[in-house]
Design a protein around this ligand. Structure first.
Ligand SMILES: [Zn+2]
Length: 228
């Protein structure tokens, strides 16, 4: 390969793995009305990602940008898409960026924020699922990287998992796997095995993942695990 082509190929290869920022959105806190910065991702990928049995993906090239956030001024929790957008800043609008320079960045929610959002009266199903999954992942983070980690679920966490399991379908292989994982993590090993045995195995991956969860349940292991 000619040197110039090699350089071009390398540049393309590197850029295809790169994480590039998207525009910064300026929003208004619905409570204290302060302007807030929301960073977005332009493009990313799951190169080098770790996948967990609770459905969490940790990808250095695709960091989680929560749809639910806290205001750093008044600590009010809100869904980003619900609140007023004041400006959208891209790399070429330096004057606008300067205008919003002092705006603080929105803060990631903690587990109790997600639980409150999931239990809010009249919450839409997609938001409830999102909030319950994120609360679950944050709870599991305490033991995610411990060799012998063992979670003891408190009442709120247990309710969250039971409610999430009730919302997931046994007929869908993806949701069924997640439901089986919840049963396993709650220590309901028989229910986990029964559900996974009846799961529609529409792909080899589903079958392989169901077998992995089943083996953990047979060994009475309840801690979140890394997919091999
Ligand atoms: Zn606020």
């Amino acid at each position: 390969m000619k040197p110039i082509l090699t350089v071009l190929w390398l540049a393309l290869a590197v850029s295809s793995f790169a994480l590039t920022p998207g525009p910064t959105i300026i929003r208004e806190c619905p409570s204290c009305k302060e302007p807030l910065k929301q960073f977005t991702i332009g493009s990313g990928n799951n190169f080098g990602a770790t996948f967990w049995t609770d459905g969490k993906m940790e990808a250095p090239m695709w960091p989680d940008k929560p749809a639910l956030v806290n205001c750093p001024h008044c600590m009010k929790t809100f869904w980003l898409e619900d609140v007023k957008q004041l400006a959208e800043l891209d790399l070429f609008r330096r004057d606008a960026a300067k205008h919003w320079e002092t705006a603080k960045v929105v803060v990631d929610p903690v587990e109790t924020n997600y639980l409150a959002a999931a239990n809010a009266p009249g919450v839409k199903l997609d938001r409830e699922l999102y909030a319950r999954r994120h609360a679950w992942w944050l709870a599991n983070d305490a033991v995610r990287r411990q060799a012998d980690g063992q979670l003891v679920w408190n009442a709120a966490q247990r309710n969250n998992l039971q409610r999430l399991a009730a919302l997931l379908s046994d007929k869908d292989s993806c949701e069924g796997l997640q439901k089986g994982e919840i049963f396993r993590e709650l220590g309901n090993y028989d229910a986990c095995i029964k559900l996974l045995d009846g799961l529609p195995t529409d792909s080899n991956t589903t079958k392989m993942n169901a077998d992995i969860l089943k083996n953990l349940a047979i060994q009475k292991k309840s801690t979140v695990a890394r997919w091999p």
